[in-house]
Design a protein around this ligand. Structure first.
Ligand code: HEM
Length: 441
């Protein structure tokens, strides 16, 4: 295939993430145009951009938990759509692998035209299987215990309050930019003990495809790798400064003191930090935007929250369920097997659609309704399930709870008054823009 065939038209340059840019490219590439697109091919990112994915998944769930899509820009794959089937697959991590070697964790495979010797991949435990996964995860999980969360709460609350106090009242602004991105960046900077003045690098590093001059998939991949190297060298410096100097209670100091560090290469250390930044960023950000948008769609739920602050912890769970900021994770079968009556071959790609599990009517009554009193909201699968279940879940919950509590304390609510732009992607499920005005209730 020529480079010409891989050219990106200009409009793709504004794609919010590399992932989105690459998937959009694949979806629109002439080689991938299907004459008869599969009716259940939910890899098409326009259905998320236009927020019309719900009936397609509902139809699939009504017909069964697994559906094979034989032709797709993302190659053939299984859609796993019920709550029960997704939990089942995730409970068998040896049979259904997360490892890069089998294909990794998203429906998107690695760019094919990047030569292996040019590929710069950092090892990250989200894309590892046991026993490596267990050992690596252990090095960061002490930073997310309930005791650690208590310790972080004070600074997260102080920063959240200060940000809310700086916002204009009765004047339109973009909630995504001023609140969701800023608070998430601050949360990660607090977790890492990251130099405060450089904290915006954390956002840049995970959103890097923004305005770059991308011409080919190859260039896109090269840029991704340059960013990884830049992050690597920044964290390497931070690590050595902190190892020599005074250590605090932040995650990096904690890792330096941890016994397991003796068994970790510098690459693995940096890979794990990068994973935490990328894993915590879009997800928490999009839930913060999702809460405001969901309260706009269901004003009676917003009023219930305003009248009773004791509903906040459950409202956080329900808003995470309703938004589901990561639409899917992927697994690959390591053996031939059978799953809910379907024959799965070794090497088959299984896409676990959390968006669908969290709207599964077998588990959640009226799943398309936001209900902050929902008794089983906590059963959502937005954080995944099993050995890879999100390690940062408590931190995300803490940040979201503090945001709602501090808004409640100030009697603030955000009315959606302007543009709402969703993300064009089949992985990150969220908002690029959400124009609001703040009012007092
Ligand atoms: C893994 C979602 C916030 C770090 C995951 C997974 C999901 C997820 C779906 C994969 C689970 C699986 O494969 O079973 C979310 C959501 C968040 C959030 C919805 C916010 C609402 C965070 C935060 C951090 C973080 C704040 C850290 C600062 C990670 C890491 C993993 C992970 C390191 C890999 C865990 C492993 O493989 O063992 N997250 N996440 N996440 N998340 Fe999160």
């Amino acid at each position: 295939m020529t480079d010409q065939a891989h050219a990106y038209p200009g409009e793709y340059r504004s794609a919010p993430t590399a992932y989105a840019a690459l998937s959009e490219y694949l979806e629109n590439h002439p080689d991938h145009q299907l004459h008869h697109p599969h009716p259940f091919d939910v890899s098409r990112s326009d259905i998320y951009l236009e927020d019309r994915w719900q009936p397609i998944f509902a139809e699939m769930r009504a017909m069964g938990p697994l559906h094979y899509v034989d032709e797709s820009p993302f190659r053939p794959h299984w859609n796993v759509v019920s709550h029960k089937a997704i939990a089942h697959v995730e409970a068998l991590p040896d049979l259904f692998s997360s490892s890069w070697e089998y294909g990794g964790i998203t429906i998107l495979d690695r760019a094919e035209d990047v030569a292996p010797e040019e590929a710069f991949e950092l090892p990250m435990f989200i894309a590892m299987d046991r026993p490596e996964h267990t050992a690596q995860r252990r090095t960061v999980s002490p930073a997310f215990t309930p005791t650690e969360m208590k310790r972080l709460e004070e600074s997260i609350r102080r920063r959240t309050g200060a940000l809310l106090d700086s916002l204009p009242i009765s004047e339109q602004f973009d909630w995504v930019e001023k609140v969701s991105i800023e608070l998430t960046t601050q949360m990660l900077a607090i977790l890492f003990g990251f130099p405060w003045q450089d904290r915006h690098l954390l956002t840049y590093w995970s959103d890097w495809a923004g305005d770059t001059e991308l011409a080919t998939v190859r260039e896109l991949d090269k840029l991704r790798q340059d960013i990884l190297r830049e992050m690597g060298s920044y964290f390497g410096q931070l690590w050595s400064d902190r190892a020599k100097g005074e250590q605090g209670k932040d995650l990096i100091s904690m890792m330096i003191r941890s016994d397991s560090m003796n068994h970790m290469s510098p690459q693995e250390f940096i890979g794990n930090l990068v994973l935490l930044i990328v894993g915590g960023n879009d997800t928490t950000r999009n839930t913060m935007s999702g809460i405001v948008h969901a309260f706009h769609e269901f004003p009676e739920q917003r009023i219930a929250f305003e009248n009773d602050s004791s509903l906040i912890p459950n409202a956080v769970q329900e808003c995470i369920r309703y938004q589901t900021p990561l639409a899917h994770m992927r697994r690959t079968a390591t053996e031939d097997t059978e799953l809910f009556g379907k024959k799965i071959a070794k090497g088959d790609k299984l896409v676990l659609w959390y968006l669908s599990a969290n709207r599964d009517e077998e588990v959640f009554e009226n799943p398309d309704q936001l209900d902050i009193r929902r008794e089983n909201a906590r059963r959502h699968l937005a954080f995944g399930y099993g050995i890879h279940r999100c390690v940062g879940a408590r931190l995300a919950e803490l940040q979201l709870r503090v945001l709602l509590e501090e808004m409640h304390k100030r009697r603030l609510h955000a009315n959606v008054t302007g543009k709402v732009e969703r993300t064009r992607a089949n992985f990150v499920h969220g908002f690029r823009k959400l124009e609001v005005e703040l009012k007092r209730f």
